[in-house]
Ligand binder design. Structure first.
Ligand code: ADP
Length: 233
């Protein structure tokens, strides 16, 4: 009971912080969005319209994230996912695309392997993409913890019974038991600039989708996050 209370307290604080900063973040984002749109014809001439498209998409996603955090301030009424039936593999491909420039900078190789191209899940694409992004970014951070390590992130998708099972494996720092136990706690972070919100949000989103998250980790070897989501039929 004590644990539940402190969890809700934390969520209440989270809600207040989000509400306070959301407005402040949205203003500069709106300005950035406007200027990118003004630049768009020039980028098009340079054959770089793809960059403008990605920037706009990411700005919109940032707005959505802020929106999500605002919704998470009400633990009793978690935001209901807006579901659509989508192919698991294309969702993963889109997500990997968004992390590619960062991966390149960090000398990380991301591979994607899917046994069944046709697997469909009924999900809120924005929310689930956010989960995959959180996991991939965490994987890159964990790899950076080990100096000089060439990063390898392996993403696999397969079906198991009535579920789509997506695993994200990294060869990063790995985690000790104490860290593993606290992964879903809001604000738990071991990073200097971490928020400790990525995983608690991810657990909440996957739960809202009727799925589950499992973690396997070994110190110095790496970590695998395994997500199960019900297949659409
Ligand atoms: P943040 O990334 O802001 O710290 P998260 O909730 O995403 O917040 O993660 C919480 C903590 O879990 C991280 O600070 C890190 O210690 C640990 N963690 C998450 N993913 C991994 C991983 N793949 N390998 C090692 N540690 C991880």
């Amino acid at each position: 009971i004590e644990q539940t209370a402190s969890h809700n307290d934390k969520l209440a604080i989270l809600g207040k912080i989000s509400a306070a900063i959301a407005h402040e973040i949205r203003n500069p984002l709106t300005a950035i969005r406007g200027f990118i749109q003004l630049l768009r014809p020039h980028l098009l001439q340079l054959g770089k319209d793809e960059y403008a498209r990605i920037i706009l998409m990411e700005i919109d996603r940032t707005n959505d994230i802020i929106h999500e955090f605002l919704n998470s301030s009400k633990p009793s009424s978690p935001s209901t996912p807006e579901k659509a039936v989508l192919r698991v593999t294309s969702l993963l491909r889109q997500t990997v695309l968004l992390t590619e420039s960062e991966a390149l900078m960090k000398d990380c190789e991301i591979s994607l392997q899917s046994e069944q191209e046709e697997m469909m899940i009924s999900i809120d694409a924005k929310q689930i993409k956010q989960v995959f992004l959180n996991l991939i970014k965490n994987a890159m951070d964990a790899i950076e913890e080990i100096e000089g390590r060439k990063g390898e992130i392996q993403i696999q998708a397969k079906s198991e019974g009535a579920n789509a099972v997506i695993s994200i494996r990294d060869n990063g720092s790995g985690m000790e038991q104490a860290r593993l136990k606290r992964l879903s706690d809001p604000f738990f972070t071991t990073k200097e600039k971490g928020t400790g919100l990525g995983l608690s949000e991810s657990y909440r989103i996957i739960q809202n989708h009727g799925g589950s998250i499992k973690v396997e980790s070994s110190i110095g070897v790496g970590t695998t996050f395994i997500i199960s989501l019900p297949l659409a039929n």
